[in-house]
Design a binder for this molecule. Sequence first.
Ligand SMILES: [Zn+2]
Length: 62
Amino acid sequence: MHYRDTCDRCLTDDSPAIAPVKVTPNGPGSILATYRCPTCGFIWTCGWSAEEDADEARHPAA
Ligand SMILES: [Zn+2]
């Protein structure tokens, strides 16, 4: 899925991207994704354009 991000605290070249634990609407055309790092427990949020979601709908990854 889209909206994957990596932890700033334990980021390395081979850090896997983390899927958000929660995705909430954040105004017209945007969403706010909440992440929790499985390694260090750090929690952060990142805003994304919801247009990526529409693109995913047109071109399903799986
Ligand atoms: Zn971390």
